[in-house]
Design a protein around this ligand. Structure first.
Ligand code: GLU
Length: 620
């Protein structure tokens, strides 16, 4: 939400003057802030400002992350909020340690593999949209409220009440509606309008709010207030729990709903039973850099790791850029085939991780990467066999599982935020409702939208990601913290469904192999292959020399309007900070630092951190 970002005195927009269009390839304005003492980057100015204020008052990176996430629940209600879930990666400076918090939504007890069967057409699945995604059946038990409470309890300095306070004020006083907010409503108008509570909040008089008007959400302010007063159990055991269950079981369908709405079977006991998990991060070594990311039930860290391990066998930095991206595309293709076949909730599935992550398996897969793109238009790579490379007790698979291919969405849903504090702690947090606008159901009287995260299951059996009671659907979210050889830490991540994985890989190789600065790595055009015949690219890339080079290597390119919406921050060992956000995707983001100054630290990786940020106009 660039307008709000620009209104902030601390937002720094560095103009490199290489094209100013808002379309796919726009890279002209890099949203960058440099300095010390703490930083926040999000897609939204109000949210970043709230996070920065928490840091200013002495809060740590975890406090700032939760306050920021709560604010995003107000200003980005179609992407995130207490009706959803998320994954948080935290770096603790004092112990030099990374942990992750799994606040993923969980399937209710009554879940079966028939979750998305069409009740009127036995043996057939409901169409994905709108019937499956806008249903009570798609709603998982939200994880965000408990994840926020756990993060604060364990690692924060603020109470939940204190962390929610700025977002309560924001929901009460309102924020200025921008184009992105209106577009998200317009693009989902049929779904959002199908529920009376959602229509009343976001389609007053049947239309989205006007750009430039002030949008208030007193119901959400009240709900946050209940959490502040009564604690997080108000959500999992109290009045809010009852309202959530009622909404799922009896969706507030408007008389004019243009599609049948399937109810869900969530109960109070499902909410009561929900737990947040503290899990170790995935750890991937790539050309001397270490990437810490989210493990199962997210496929994010594992699959980015698989892709980077494959790429380590090639020199991408020299020679033809199209040839380098061809290599990336083929690595992504194979890694996604393996992801789709093997990954699922680790509490339900024995995932052959040792094999998948072994050098032997990686080497075998590398030999399957061709010099040109596969020629069949609908080519799908088959999964590799990691079992011969398992060193520990292996799952007893007698045959390779089928390569299930979930919907390959790359919408505007979900959001990522990064924070750091004066003590050197970092947070990288991706939070989501799944689709833009989640299930499209606002909990009546409570002002927040419920997720539709259970659509991330593969509704077939047997499959590692088949729906089961209490299981968490496989995610692609990849909140990442990377340590470079000189000790600089970079926290980054993105929304975008399964494109999250390729966006995170793209940012990593932009930094490490192609020598881009963090702002450039974030704003650069994206290329995303997820084991489909065609490769998605940011629109217009297909017309560039790089796009033409890829086409020359046999790739079919599908231009799409927007892939991901990343943010990131880099922190050197001596505490210098650089925060960066998107210049144009999702309307642009907001990167803020506490004490602004130039970026004075040594270059943290080959190629440098930015082409002279310190000397650019407006930077000091
Ligand atoms: N539900 C998706 C996941 O967990 C995130 C949705 C998105 O980013 O669009 O992978």
């Amino acid at each position: 939400m660039l307008k709000r970002a620009l209104a902030l005195a601390l937002a720094v927009v560095v103009c490199l003057g290489v094209g100013l269009s808002r379309a796919g390839l726009a890279q002209g304005n890099l949203v960058v802030a440099t300095g010390r003492g703490g930083a926040v980057a999000t897609v939204d100015g109000d949210a970043s400002r709230i996070g920065l204020e928490v840091l200013r008052r002495g809060g740590n990176a975890i406090d700032a992350a939760i306050a920021t996430a709560a604010a995003l629940g107000v200003t980005e209600p179609f992407s995130t909020g207490i009706g959803g879930g998320g994954f948080m990666v935290i770096y603790f400076k004092e112990q030099d340690r990374v942990i992750t918090l799994d606040g993923r939504e969980q399937a209710p007890a009554a879940t079966t593999v028939d979750l998305f069967q069409d009740p009127s057409k036995p043996g057939q699945l409901l169409p994905f949209s709108p019937n499956r995604i806008s249903s009570g059946a798609a709603v998982g038990v939200p994880g965000a409220p408990l994840e926020w409470a756990e993060a604060l309890n364990r690692y924060g300095t603020l109470s939940l009440a204190a962390a929610l306070e700025p977002a309560i004020a924001l929901a009460q006083r309102g924020f200025v509606v921008d184009r992105t907010f209106v577009q998200q409503i317009e693009q989902n108008q049929a779904r959002l309008g199908a529920f009376s509570s959602t229509r009343a909040l976001y389609l007053p008089k049947g239309q989205p709010p006007v750009i430039g008007s002030r949008f208030k959400n007193p119901d959400l302010a009240k709900t946050y207030g209940l959490l502040a007063e009564q604690g997080v159990n108000a959500f999992y055991r109290g009045d809010i729990a009852a309202a959530v269950v009622h909404t799922v079981q009896r969706p507030p369908v408007a008389a004019t709903a243009p599609f049948p709405v399937i109810p869900g079977a969530m109960t109070l006991s499902d909410l009561d039973r929900y737990g947040v998990r503290v899990r170790p991060p995935t750890v991937t070594q790539y050309r001397g850099h270490t990437l810490y990311s989210m493990g199962l039930p997210s496929s994010g860290g594992i699959t980015t790791g698989s892709i980077l391990r494959l790429l380590e066998g090639f020199d991408l930095s020299r020679g033809d850029r199209a040839q380098a991206w061809h290599t990336v595309i083929e690595a992504e293709r194979l890694a996604f085939a393996d992801r789709n076949a093997y990954l699922g909730d680790p509490e339900f599935v024995d995932v052959p991780l040792t094999g998948l992550q072994s050098q032997g398996f990686t080497q075998t897969r590398r030999t399957q990467m061709g010099d040109r793109a596969p020629q069949e238009p609908d080519f799908r790579a088959t999964a590799g066999d990691p079992l011969p490379f398992q060193q520990d007790p292996s799952p007893s698979l007698t045959s390779l599982p089928s390569v299930a291919q979930g919907p390959q969405q790359s919408g505007l849903s979900t959001t990522h935020l990064v924070t750091s504090d004066r003590w050197g702690n970092l947070v990288s947090y991706t939070c989501t409702l799944e689709s833009t606008g989640g299930s499209a159901m606002v909990v009546p009287g409570y002002g927040f939208i419920l997720n539709n995260q259970l659509t991330d299951f593969d509704p077939i059996s047997p499959h590692p990601n088949a729906p089961e009671p209490y299981k968490r659907p496989r995610s692609s979210m990849a909140p990442t913290i990377m340590r470079s050889p000189n000790g600089t830490l970079v926290a980054f991540g993105s929304p975008g469904g399964s494109t999250i994985i390729t966006t995170v890989v793209g940012i990593a190789i932009n930094l490490i192999d192609f020598g881009l600065s963090l702002p450039e790595a974030i704003s650069a055009p994206r290329i995303s292959q997820r084991n489909t015949g065609s490769t998605q690219v940011d629109s217009q890339l297909e017309q560039t020399p790089l796009g033409q080079g890829l086409i020359g290597l046999g790739h079919r390119l599908t231009p799409v309007a927007e892939i991901g919406a990343a943010v990131g921050l880099a922190m050197t060992p001596d505490g210098a900070l650089l925060a960066a956000a998107e210049p144009s995707r999702r309307g642009g983001g907001a990167a803020l630092v506490l004490a602004r100054s130039g970026w004075l630290s040594p270059l943290p990786w080959p190629g440098g951190l930015g082409r002279g940020h310190d000397s650019l106009p407006g930077e000091r």
